[in-house]
Design a protein around this ligand. Structure first.
Ligand SMILES: *Cc1c(COP(=O)(O)O)cnc(C)c1O
Length: 395
């Protein structure tokens, strides 16, 4: 039994994307910047991909920049807007407490450069309030950066409303739409954002390729100097096979979006209902305003890491919210932001399903989580204290 339930971390390369990658690598091997025919044929393919992606996002092909993925796109958008703002004496950036580290760490860097960083709260539902945003915007504000959908708890942010607020105040707006594109409709024109980041490997494309949408007229400075690729904003020979694979994956995801969403909602409802039978647990993030693929829970009295390892032994690939990548055991900033206390935040589990998952997978996951949570609680001194009334339950 092998169940992949970590689609928010990355997805398997889709067959259409793999085919596009192999064909493009074999046939369009020329450098798109070369003047000979092999180069020009590659250039034509690159143009076609740019047009396809632009049309899906409802923007102009001239506003599409190919990058190495979500992190690079987030970095470039934020640094470009911040430094352009600073030149006009605007050194305030407004974002949220639940952004991806690609955004938060870039903001920390800017803070060291003297920028004022305001992180808006998201409440227990995990959704930012446009009133809070509007109250925070002032004449010093250079940029607002709010993600379209959260990678840990799946909550969908009101980015169209945020886009309207930013426009009204004449403030640049970036949205990290990495978890949204290919999963829910994303129309950059309708959102009214100045920048938008997306990443291919979150919707069946390859790792290491993505897009930065930058509205014509919005400031954009290169992170990588060198050649004149991407209209001088991103040097380096374009990875055409990866771009072609990303384009194929995006086309397919968008075409199947309705059917995939319906399937994932059904699976999500079943999964949430099943896991809620476990005592002293709670769903993280708003129940309704969330990505169909995302189910995130906290279980009291256990450690998320042990839960993950035991689920892996049962063939289930899941994730927790803890950012233990740096060796620290800091609980997830997202779970803390929605009001989970440290102990509870440590017992988190993120299950993110994709279109290959089935009802049988969900039933197996529910059975396994029930078993493993029970097993871990039986061994937990914290759980014993809770049961004996020496501590009080939080969930
Ligand atoms: C995955 C992810 C990123 C980073 O994208 P990469 O292509 O892996 O660099 C950024 N933001 C969000 C919300 C993500 O889920």
């Amino acid at each position: 039994m092998e169940i992949y339930a970590d689609h928010a971390a990355t997805t398997k390369l889709s067959p259409a994307a793999a085919k596009a990658y192999a064909e493009t690598a074999a046939v369009y091997y020329g450098n798109p910047s070369s003047l000979h025919s092999a180069g020009q044929r590659a250039q034509e393919q690159l143009i076609a991909c740019r047009e396809e992606i632009a049309s899906i996002l409802n923007v102009s092909p001239r506003e599409i920049y190919f990058t190495s993925g979500g992190s690079e796109s987030d970095n470039q958008a934020i640094l470009s807007a911040a430094h352009a703002g600073a030149k006009k004496g605007k050194k305030k950036i407004i974002s949220t407490a639940i952004e991806h580290h690609a955004v938060l760490h870039t903001l920390e860097k800017l803070k060291k450069e003297g920028f004022e960083i305001v992180l808006l709260p998201v409440g227990t539902r995990g959704i930012v309030s446009t009133d809070d945003l509007e109250a925070a915007i002032d004449g010093e504000t250079a940029l607002v950066s709010v993600m379209a959908a959260n990678n840990e708890i799946g909550t969908i942010q009101p980015i169209a409303e945020i886009g309207a607020v930013c426009k009204r105040h004449g403030v640049l707006f970036h949205t990290d739409a990495v978890q949204a594109v290919g999963h829910i409709p994303v129309d950059a024109k309708a959102i009214g954002c100045d920048y938008l980041a997306l990443s291919a490997h979150k919707f069946g494309g390859p790792k290491g390729v993505g897009v930065l949408y930058c509205r014509t007229g919005a400031p954009l400075t290169p992170l990588i100097e060198g050649g004149a690729q991407e209209r001088g904003k991103r040097a380096g020979t374009e990875d055409l096979p990866a771009v072609a694979a990303m384009t194929a994956a995006l086309k397919e995801s968008v075409a199947d979006m309705g059917a995939t969403e319906a399937l994932l909602r059904r699976l999500q409802d079943r999964l949430i209902a099943g896991l809620e039978e476990i005592p002293h647990c709670a769903l993280n993030g708003d129940r309704h305003c969330r990505l169909a693929g995302n189910t995130s829970f906290c279980f009291e009295g256990i450690e998320g890491e042990s839960l993950l390892l035991l689920l892996d032994e049962k063939g289930i690939a899941a994730s927790s919210g803890s950012a233990c990548t740096s060796g620290s055991l800091d609980p997830s900033h997202v779970l803390l932001a929605i009001g989970r206390v440290h102990d509870v935040a440590h017992g988190s589990l993120r299950l993110t399903l994709g279109k290959e998952n089935t009802e049988e997978d969900v039933d197996y996951i529910i059975r396994s989580v029930k078993e493993v949570v029970g097993y871990l609680r039986n061994m937990s001194p914290v759980w014993r204290d809770l049961q004996e009334g020496k501590r009080t339950y939080i969930l």
